[in-house]
Design a protein. Structure first.
Length: 401
């Protein structure tokens, strides 16, 4: 088991702090394992296991806990003294009005509370009202490429490059790395995909036109890193399926996919005007493997997948990431983290002078002195004019939490 120190190091200072620890992430990205690792650390610190209460709400054993009252009664029966208890609630969104029980525990018991969920709006609505200002949130992502190399104890460059080919195709969902062949991987990722689509989207939002929804979601997951246009997508369905689709329906479906964390949205940022351009954005897959299982028979879009991979890496490093907009072009990513800002261009390879000029020349109209990068699969260093060129594998393996 890989110890996910990049997340534990951020959560650890809050183990005994009177704040609710909220951990969110797409299904099967490793949230439960992080909880188990926290529990192990608490036990190693001398906490009695009887003071640790763990409930996984996707386990049939706890299917009787359907609402806040059931949860409150069950946990209350387990707290038998005044010692501090550590409460772990995994996939808590499966319990109706769960936030009321959480709020009650936090207000009346000597407890430290950890919850996980697979909805990006876990902290909106009722929960925000009940515990506003009394929680701290953390987002968990599938394995980064560096974590994969640590897990598999990869040392040589040859092994690293083979692992990268596998990673860009099948993604970083943790459990897949115990599987032994590609067919098992496809089956496993298909199960995750179907679980997300059915449980977190179709059932939750009551989607009626399943055929249309499946066509929309398949289009989005098989065309990552593309500039999104509702008008273009409406025309696509009209031309390819002779089917009229409203823009409102498209936007609703995309919002559902975002809430299930199947995809992420990068806003477009006007670099000169320093403002967000409303209605201008790109969508990226949370895990590339979930796009690959729907991409059967199509050639792998290496440039688009590489861009998506870099986007995910930046998110996992804690950056806020936007697409940079210039008057006659764009910068792939404008990434900020506290006072830090970096610009990144991504290309598969610098195949010729024209491509090289496109990637490096995009920076000419940016006059500030923040670091500017071009990331590619090239093995030679093409850095110039203060712009840093790096091999994307080397960049992914850097120590940068």
């Amino acid at each position: 088991m890989l110890i996910r120190e990049k997340y534990l190091s951020k959560i650890r200072p809050f183990y005994d702090v009177d704040l609710i620890k909220v951990i969110i992430g797409i299904r099967r990205c490793g949230k439960s394992v992080v909880l188990l690792q926290i529990m192990d650390e608490l036990k190693n610190k001398g906490i009695n296991p009887s003071q640790i209460i763990y409930i996984n709400f996707e386990d049939e054993e706890y299917s009787f806990i359907k609402n806040d009252k059931n949860l409150h009664e069950f946990v209350k029966s387990k707290i038998i003294n005044d010692e501090k208890y550590y409460l772990f609630f995994d996939e808590v969104q499966n319990v109706e009005n769960w936030e009321k029980a959480i709020n009650s525990f936090e207000a009346t018991k000597n407890v430290s509370i950890f919850v996980t969920g697979s909805n990006s709006d876990l902290l909106s609505g009722e929960l925000a009202t009940h515990i506003a200002g009394r929680y701290v949130s953390f987002k968990i992502y599938p394995f980064t490429f560096k974590e994969v190399c640590e897990l598999k104890e990869i040392k040589s460059r040859e092994e690293t490059e083979r692992a990268f080919e596998d990673y860009i195709k099948w993604g970083g969902m943790p459990q897949r790395f115990v599987l032994t062949d590609e067919n098992q991987t496809k089956t496993y990722l298909s199960d995750i995909y179907n679980s997300i689509v059915i449980k977190d989207i179709v059932e939750r939002f009551g989607i009626k036109d399943l055929d249309l929804f499946n066509r929309v979601i398949e289009y989005i997951v098989t065309t990552p890193s593309q500039n999104f246009s509702a008008d273009s997508l409406v025309k696509y369905f009209l031309n390819s399926d002779n089917r009229e689709v409203s823009k409102v329906t498209l936007y609703n479906y995309l919002e559902y996919m975002l809430k299930a964390m199947l995809i992420n949205k990068a806003d477009r940022y006007d670099i000169r005007g320093k403002r967000i351009l409303n209605g201008k954005y790109k969508y990226y897959l949370t895990d590339l493997g979930l796009g690959q299982i729907k991409n059967t028979g199509k050639k792998l879009q290496l440039g688009a997948y590489l861009e998506n991979l870099v986007y995910n890496e930046l998110l996992s490093r804690g950056y806020d990431v936007k697409v940079g907009n210039l008057e006659n072009g764009e910068i792939d990513f404008v990434a900020t983290r506290y006072e830090e800002k970096i610009y990144i261009q991504v290309a598969y390879i610098l195949a010729d002078e024209k491509v090289e000029e496109r990637e490096f020349g995009a920076y000419r109209k940016i006059e500030d002195n923040y670091p500017k990068y071009v990331l590619t699969m090239d093995k030679f260093d093409f850095s110039r004019d203060g712009i840093i060129h790096k091999n994307v594998i080397d960049w992914l393996l850097e120590d940068n939490k």
